[in-house]
Design a protein around this ligand. Structure first.
Ligand code: SF4
Ligand code: SF4
Length: 407
């Protein structure tokens, strides 16, 4: 099935009841603008498909509705017709990239794609962390933690420049990607320090659990999450295949992932786009069962939407429950509310409003620390010292060091 057909199939069941608007974070954050909410996106997608079929092209003005969607999939949970407006947005972005015309493309998206293809990370950063270990089990952070400090700086720049100037400059970098290296990029020091601490904590926990792994450090390729999320499916196919070829040449057979976005991508997108995806994929939190933790603290847990609403994965909640008395805010489980992070670069004001709402809710759910389990959630919700990544928290609470040998 091609992208346009899949978009028709996903959107045609909509009966326009509007239930999805009640849970859509961007609908509320945009001041209840229909085009920025779940129902509006489905209606607009149907109109875009009609135009595309009748005229072979689409009018300008569709991009913001679809690019502002957080892909949280909260809409799907309440839709009586089983429509996923998040998936509609993903597919609509792919239609816009393939044939939506210049006005419906985001130059920031073009820039990220060019930088990823050239530098194997989405911001053209020059990382310097060292690799370690050998063998066929890869600890794969996908540069997600390491990229957050740089993203923070880019988001601040986007806020200062405004949308038009950002798009203009991103267009220049998309044409000449080497220019990014002239910017002398430096990450936000505080975010970078905390993210590096997370990576070190993950490595520490795995070693303590007896898991042997290989870590590639600065030569580790980004998995291409943005390429997929922004709808650049052709480029994503090429890129994902090249990442897998690289892993195969190294003799990698098993991949341990460390964030929800990479986990979702490797489990659900890679097998569809990669010619032969023959790797075993495991989440690091599922490998810590040999460890024991102090359980002397009450915490509030923010579950990542990709875990709960995309994959129905509860491993993070289970791991945290072994190390703390876990309180959940009212919107949790199938009702979980997004951190707003996926909108940070393109719609920073929207992302900020969503994250403020979520942070307030988490703060009111208990007095303890707020635990996140995703570098994007951490970066977007880090509004006080109360917010801590699960890896750092588990390391702090580790009680008995296991002596079992690894798998
Ligand atoms: S809840 Fe489902 S059927 Fe109702 S408007 Fe939203 S997408 Fe359409
Ligand atoms: S995926 Fe999330 S942001 Fe996108 S339409 Fe659905 S509820 Fe709204």
């Amino acid at each position: 099935m091609n992208v346009l057909e899949e978009l028709v199939k996903e959107s045609e069941r909509c009966i326009s009841c509007g239930f999805c608007e009640s849970v859509c974070p961007t609908y509320r954050a945009s001041g209840y603008r229909a085009a920025m909410g779940a129902r509006g996106r489905v209606i607009i997608a149907r109109e875009m498909v009609r135009e595309k079929r009748e005229k072979g092209s689409v009018s300008p003005g569709y991009a913001n509705s679809f690019y502002s969607c957080l892909d949280c999939f909260a809409c799907l949970q309440v839709c009586p017709a089983g429509v996923n407006a998040g998936r509609v947005s993903e597919l609509a972005r792919a239609v816009l990239v393939e044939g939506g015309g210049r006005e419906n493309r985001k130059r920031v998206g073009d820039m990220v794609v060019r930088l990823t293809m050239r530098y194997r990370n989405p911001i053209g950063a020059d990382f310097s962390d060292e690799g370690e270990g050998d063998g066929d089990t890869l600890l794969y952070t996908g540069r997600m933690y390491q990229t957050m400090g740089y993203s923070k700086v880019l988001v601040e720049l986007r806020k200062r420049l405004g949308e038009k100037a950002t798009e203009r400059n991103a267009g220049i970098v998309a044409r000449m990607p080497f220019l990014i290296r002239l910017l002398r990029q430096r990450p936000d020091e505080e975010v970078d320090r905390e993210m590096q601490a997370s990576v070190e904590s993950i490595k520490f926990l795995l070693r303590e659990a007896g898991v042997k792994f290989r870590f590639l450090g600065s030569s580790e390729p980004y998995p291409g999450t943005f390429l997929y999320d922004l709808g650049y499916y052709g480029e994503f196919r090429t890129y994902a295949n090249s990442v897998c070829d690289e892993f195969r040449k190294m003799g990698i057979r098993r991949i341990i992932v460390t964030d929800p976005h990479t986990y979702d991508l490797l489990l659900n997108a890679y097998p569809k786009f990669v010619d032969r995806f023959d790797f075993e994929v495991t989440y690091y939190l599922d490998l810590l069962s040999a460890l024991e933790f102090e359980q002397d603290e009450e915490v509030v847990f923010h579950e990542p939407c990709h875990f709960v609403l995309h994959m129905d994965y509860r491993g993070a909640h289970i791991a945290l429950s072994k190390a703390a008395r876990v309180k959940l805010p009212p919107r949790s489980g199938r009702n979980v509310f997004c951190c707003g992070g996926p909108d940070e670069l393109l719609f920073p004001e929207m992302a900020e409003k969503v994250s403020e709402e979520r942070y307030r809710e988490l703060s009111e759910a208990g007095n303890g620390r707020i635990i996140t389990a995703c570098p994007i959630c951490f970066s977007n919700l880090k509004k006080s010292e109360r917010v801590v990544d699960i890896s750092v928290f588990l390391k702090e609470k580790l009680k008995v060091r296991a002596t079992v040998s690894g798998p």
